[in-house]
Design a protein around this ligand. Structure first.
Ligand SMILES: Nc1ncnc2c1ncn2[C@@H]1O[C@H](COP(=O)(O)OP(=O)(O)OP(=O)(O)O)[C@@H](O)[C@H]1O
Length: 373
């Protein structure tokens, strides 16, 4: 199980399993322990200096002239999950994700990829890591303007020394995969912003990396195209199960694409959990405020709403799986006019009726453990 930084809270795992990373497949890709990145004079002294540990970002800046962009952060990224790093501007998202491949050099802490010590890697291993194992998709796509779509996609393979025929074949396949078939011969200037972002995505996918790192990839896109691209990421993820680390400052985007979300504030992770955990059990007032406007019925599941079955209820009414969204359960209950059962592998876990579904929407929470038995 992932850990969080000191003082951060990880909500209990009772609400729901991450959408795609099954509990059986908990292989760790990135393991981050007590990671710090401090900018400023004598930065390396800051992590060990206990006199600054409790200071706020502003106090630290005033006292030392340093900014702790990442502050004692610990977590694991599991194989096959979409791990979202979310937070307001300046909270440390980009610095943290750049530290993963040492595009930014961490100040202190432990960092492993597939059990290998990333901080101990020499230049050539690092180059290999960035080219083949963890590809970054940036907000500014960095496409080469004079090259065609297919040649842009093939670029990463060219750097790797893949033969021309093979890179054409793989690039064409990726162009199709991201929905750009027919546009292979265009140049980036002849594409819309969304299409250009798809080229960037295809280019990152072409090298078949173990992990895709997205740095606010869609923030320059208009809302409809942005939504399209989010769906594209979710689709690609479902089809391929590729591990993704996705930075965003947009909560709706984080909830849409994330299996787990690390919510950052002033360089620290204040909460790490599934969308349901973050929305349903905010760790503190900051997180509560952050998620206040989220339509709960579209994120929370019947696990959070159900009550124990009373006599005769456990074999009547429509059956819902435990990860059914409250919004879908409302429809099911409205249609049948009575209560619905929450059933997992033939066992009735509890009952949802009008009252308990309304309680969740109206934020009158009762604790899921009340029905755990
Ligand atoms: N090279 C640098 N030198 C000094 N301070 C820096 C440097 N890079 C980042 N910072 C500071 O570190 C903090 C975290 O920055 P970072 O870019 O990681 O935040 P972010 O959450 O990605 O923000 P945004 O959403 O605006 O991109 C900020 O206070 C920023 O000013």
């Amino acid at each position: 199980m992932a850990t969080t930084s000191a003082g951060a809270s990880e909500t209990p795992k009772s609400a729901s399993a991450p959408r795609s990373a099954s509990s059986a497949a908990r292989e760790v890709v990135f393991s981050v322990r007590h990671l710090w990145k401090v900018f400023g004079p004598k930065a390396d002294r800051i992590p060990e200096d206990t006199s600054v540990a409790g200071l706020s970002a502003q106090e630290l800046r005033e006292k030392t002239g340093c900014t702790a962009a990442v502050r004692d952060v610990s977590f694991d990224v599991h194989k096959g999950e979409v791990f979202v790093v979310m937070g307001l501007s300046g909270s440390g998202k980009s610095t943290l994700v750049r530290c993963l491949t040492r595009l930014i050099e961490p100040t202190s802490g432990g960092l492993e990829m597939d059990g290998e010590d990333v901080r101990a890697m020499d230049r050539s291993s690092l180059r290999e890591l960035r080219r083949r194992r963890a590809s970054m998709v940036f907000q500014h796509f960095g496409l080469l303007p004079h090259r065609t779509v297919v040649d842009n996609v093939a670029y990463g393979l060219e750097i790797q020394g893949v033969s021309k025929a093979e890179r054409r074949e793989r690039a064409t396949e990726m162009v199709e995969k991201v929905g750009l078939a027919g546009l292979e011969k265009r140049r980036p200037g002849q594409l819309s912003g969304g299409q250009q972002q798809r080229v960037g995505l295809a280019r990152a996918l072409a090298v078949d990396p173990e992990v895709l790192l997205f740095d606010e990839p869609f923030s320059a896109l208009d809302p409809l195209i942005r939504r399209d691209m989010q769906e594209e990421v979710v689709r690609l993820h479902r089809e391929e199960g590729r591990t993704m680390v996705f930075i965003t400052h947009d909560l709706a985007e984080a909830l849409r694409v994330g299996d787990r979300i690390a919510l950052m504030r002033d360089g620290e992770i204040v909460q790490l959990g599934t969308p349901e955990e973050i929305v349903g059990s905010p760790a503190d007032d900051y997180v509560r405020d952050f998620v206040r406007d989220v339509p709960r019925e579209q994120v929370l599941t019947v696990r959070r709403a159900m009550r124990p079955a009373e006599d005769g209820e456990s074999d009547q009414g429509p059956a819902l799986t435990p990860d059914t969204l409250i919004s879908d359960a409302i429809e099911a209950v409205a249609r049948c006019g009575g209560a619905a059962r929450v059933v997992d592998e033939g066992r009735c876990l509890g009952i949802v009726d009008h009252a308990c579904l309304l309680n969740v929407v109206a934020r009158v929470d009762h604790r899921p453990e009340e029905v755990a038995a």
